[in-house]
Design a protein. Structure first.
Length: 470
């Protein structure tokens, strides 16, 4: 009888430890998640995707030791709406965030109302943190700690200085000395140390390589001293000017990469690497001279050293992003996925990969492609959609459908602006096939894609389809 009582007592102690009195068993069994997002990093601006000049050894390490996604896209080519889609699984017009949130809009009360996946993880007893950029509302109801993050350190607006920034730390605004990426990763490392015995989800969202690119530490900029940057120079651009801009851009990316290396090293030191899924991506692509324009989907024409009017766009350079993942416990090194994925998938993907049920009553788009990581197939996907309504310093209403072979962009409230690209013969999207006198095959293809596009717009109740008087 005593033996039975002793055994029963031991069992009860173990049961209590693993069912609420401690998170140690949860931490041992449940995977951790780190989401690293840069700001304005094109897919082409990373070594693993073929750029032989940029120094990104730690970004590349994530992909080499895990999986590389070759066809990752975003639903919109500008930061606030893209980040909102990434976190909410919904499209910009549904969220009423269709362009970056300007300072005036932030003061007027613009922000992200929809539920986000970190809040679901928080309810599942994950320790959640956002370190870095938010840019999804500055009123109290939109604060990250009201949206699902236990810990926040960073900035609510679109940006801060790349050196000696002003940051919110423990609820107070402070100016800190040092490079911004280093300060953010210092805090991320501290979060890892404090959370190592619990399941955690860390969103480390950098401001870099957004303009201004520098100053950055000499150890990062020196990587490109004396380097002649190789890149396509569009007609009308001043070659030396564009190459210098890209050199500064590369240095900013390398400053992030160096700090990602620090974070990965700390994961190893804490023996957390095997059970932590690390995701690295960007909020959208970038041009920096490609297509003859400056930045992203709201870029300006560049010619003769002069910045011209805006050129709203949804070229692949603006919507195609790097996406690599490492999870040693699950993903074999050198894995490659060619399936088309979108950042609108991230809500479903995160819940799927962590084996967490989707919340009831929360409308979500996209697909859960997490079975790929476990060696299982997913339903074939042959089309993705996107949208962008520019209203800051310009005006445009664009909707996009992209297949493996074609892309069609519809410009609403504008004449003679629609675009059709044959991606097989023209992957750089240099020849718009839409003309007033189009060959029959292109006219038919454009009509076919536009029909599919409108059906998708109806499915999300796209307001651009409503009559102007409503």
């Amino acid at each position: 009888m005593k033996a039975f009582s002793l055994a029963a007592s031991l069992w009860l102690v173990l049961f209590s430890i693993c069912t609420g009195f401690s998170d140690s068993c949860l931490a041992a069994e449940r995977p951790n998640l780190i989401s690293i997002v840069t700001d304005d990093q094109g897919r082409w601006a990373m070594g693993l995707y073929g750029n032989k000049q940029i120094q990104t050894p730690h970004m590349d390490q994530i992909g080499r030791e895990g999986a590389v996604f070759t066809n990752a896209f975003v639903a919109t080519p500008v930061c606030s709406p893209s980040r909102a889609t990434f976190l909410s699984g919904r499209y910009p017009t549904e969220l009423k965030i269709t362009d970056y949130i300007s300072p005036d809009e932030a003061q007027e009360g613009a922000g992200l109302h929809a539920p986000i996946w970190p809040a679901v993880l928080q309810k599942q007893r994950y320790q959640t943190a956002l370190i870095g950029k938010w840019h999804l509302g500055e009123h109290p109801q939109f604060h990250p700690q009201k949206k699902g993050f236990d810990h926040f350190m960073g900035f609510l607006s679109g940006g801060t200085r790349p050196m000696d920034p002003t940051l919110e730390i423990n609820g107070k605004t402070e100016k800190r000395e040092g490079p911004l990426p280093d300060l953010l990763v210092d805090d991320a490392i501290q979060f890892l140390r404090q959370s190592q015995d619990k399941p955690f989800a860390l969103c480390l969202h950098f401001r870099a390589p957004h303009t201004p690119y520098g100053p950055v530490p000499a150890e990062d900029s020196s990587l490109y001293e004396g380097v002649e940057i190789e890149m396509p120079i569009a007609k009308g651009l001043i070659e030396e000017q564009i190459k210098q801009k890209n050199k500064e851009y590369y240095a900013s990316i390398s400053s992030v990469d160096r700090n990602i290396g620090r974070l990965l090293k700390e994961l190893d030191r804490l023996k957390l690497s095997d059970n932590t899924l690390v995701i690295f991506t960007s909020d959208h692509g970038y041009n920096n001279g490609r297509h003859g324009i400056s930045t992203k989907g709201n870029g300006h024409w560049l010619a003769g050293g002069v910045t011209g009017p805006k050129r709203p766009n949804m070229w692949d350079t603006s919507i195609r992003v790097p996406l690599v993942m490492r999870w040693p416990k699950v993903i074999p090194p050198g894995t490659r996925f060619d399936e088309m994925v979108s950042n609108v998938d991230m809500f479903k993907f995160v819940l799927g990969v962590l084996k967490i049920p989707q919340p009831e009553g929360v409308p979500l788009h996209g697909i859960d492609y997490s079975p790929l990581l476990f060696g299982k197939p997913i339903p074939e996907r042959n089309v993705i959609f996107g949208q962008y309504d520019l209203h800051n310093n310009g005006l445009a209403y664009m909707r996009m459908i992209r297949t493996e072979k074609f892309k069609f962009v519809k410009h609403y409230r504008a004449r003679y602006m629609d675009e059709l690209y044959d991606l097989e013969t023209d992957p750089d999207e240099t020849r718009n096939l839409v003309r007033r006198r189009m060959p029959p095959q292109w006219k038919e293809k454009a009509a076919e894609l536009e029909t599919q596009l409108i059906e998708w717009q109806k499915s999300i109740q796209d307001p651009i389809l409503k009559p102007a008087y409503q």
